[in-house]
Design a protein around this ligand. Structure first.
Ligand SMILES: [Zn+2]
Length: 95
């Protein structure tokens, strides 16, 4: 195996603490930009991405997390207007 940061030969993903720190910063940045990308997606595109996951794997996905965040933070009217499937708990919450 080679270090994913400096390509030096090593036993794990990274060869040293410095490379490990670099990798985790890089991963954090990638997650952040993935989140930023998802933020601008319309409802149907987000559903499409979630549907690409195999059964049971979508629950842990960034797309599903984003969807849940929207379902919790948007109003019932906003969700309906923007084409979301409004879950029963949201109706109850807004009743
Ligand atoms: Zn390294």
């Amino acid at each position: 195996m080679n270090c994913v940061i400096c390509n030096k030969e090593c036993t794990g993903k990274t060869c040293s603490g410095a490379c490990r720190a670099k990798l985790s910063r890089r991963t954090a940045k990638q997650e952040e930009s993935a989140r930023a990308r998802l933020k601008d997606l319309p409802a149907h595109a987000l559903y499409q991405l979630i549907n690409r996951y195999e059964a049971d794997t979508w629950a842990g996905s960034a797309e599903y997390t984003e969807l849940m965040h929207r379902l919790k933070t948007l109003t019932l009217e906003q969700l309906k207007d923007q084409g979301y499937y409004v879950p029963v708990w949201k109706y109850k919450e807004c009743a």
